[in-house]
Design a protein around this ligand. Structure first.
Ligand code: ADP
Length: 259
């Protein structure tokens, strides 16, 4: 009698990839993609072999942040070849659709498409793959977490209560799925005036630190709201690439150092 084929269950490793780290947030617009792009580039600058998967189906922003627009190619109709910039190997759901075209994938097609992106992309040998998840705790985040063996998750939040509440839900999801939460990052922590350098706490201050303490997870960084961070991202090269010696870049570099 032929033996039944053993289908591996539970989260699987991605071939060639040593570590997978997810960057998540409870809600959109808090800087999750900015953090993902800067972490990836900061790790690459340290000589690590880094990949970045942009799985943010609702607003894939990595093509813009990393300054790439080439369409990924598939030589055999099965594997997908990723694109490269700033020494980062990248694949984005935004490269498969036109930037202005709303992504029409839904439900199981969406979930299947993303799992495929993770598994069928020829990442090559990577020390670390950063996954920029969609905000919240929806189907895509859940299914990717179930499919791929994540080594850790970083939660990005602004200091505002509403963003924190959503962040708590995201942490809860990772706890339930047995993914270690590496820590939280407070983004838009203080606004630093690009003229006079004065600091102002537009979204409050210290909220994420208190939350992280309460939940027993590390606070990895407090990143200021700074014009240069936005300008760099919009220009296709994250601040750790354009101004690696600035204090704004150092906040990201420090997180990358500890990863
Ligand atoms: P998310 O991925 O959580 O939706 P993004 O990373 O796309 O958020 O950030 C939303 C917008 O805010 C972008 O235009 C980005 O350039 C800007 N932004 C994010 N973090 C900062 C920051 N620390 N300082 C200045 N602008 C920021």
């Amino acid at each position: 009698k032929p033996k039944p084929k053993v289908v591996p269950e539970g989260p699987q490793r991605v071939p060639g990839v040593d570590h997978i780290i997810a960057v998540a947030s409870g809600k959109g617009g808090v800087g999750k993609s900015t953090v993902s792009a800067n972490l990836a580039c900061a790790l690459a600058a340290k000589g690590r072999r880094v990949g970045l998967l942009d799985a943010d189906v609702h607003g894939p922003s990595q093509p813009r942040m990393l300054g790439v627009s080439d369409r990924p190619t598939s030589p055999d109709g099965k594997v997908l070849l990723p694109v490269h910039n700033h020494d980062v190997t990248m694949m984005s759901i935004g490269l498969l659709a036109n930037e202005n075209q709303a992504l029409l994938w839904r439900g199981s097609r969406l979930v299947g498409g993303l799992q495929q992106m993770l598994m069928d992309v020829q990442w090559g040998a990577l020390d670390c793959l950063i996954v920029d998840l969609p905000p919240g705790t929806g189907d895509v985040s859940m299914s990717l977490t179930e499919k791929a063996k994540l080594d850790g998750a970083i939660i990005v939040s602004t200091p505002q209560d509403v963003a924190l509440l959503d962040a708590r839900r995201a942490i809860d999801m990772f706890n339930q799925l047995d993914v270690p939460v590496l820590g939280m990052i407070e983004n838009m922590s203080a606004h630093v005036c690009s003229n006079c350098g004065q600091e102002e706490h537009i979204f409050g201050h210290g909220g994420v630190k208190a939350e992280a303490e309460g939940l027993g997870v590390p606070l990895l960084a407090e990143i200021p709201l700074h014009l240069d961070i936005r300008l760099a991202s919009d220009g296709g090269a994250p601040i750790v690439v354009t101004k690696p010696d600035s204090p704004q870049a150092q906040a990201f570099q420090q997180v990358a150092r500890d990863l």
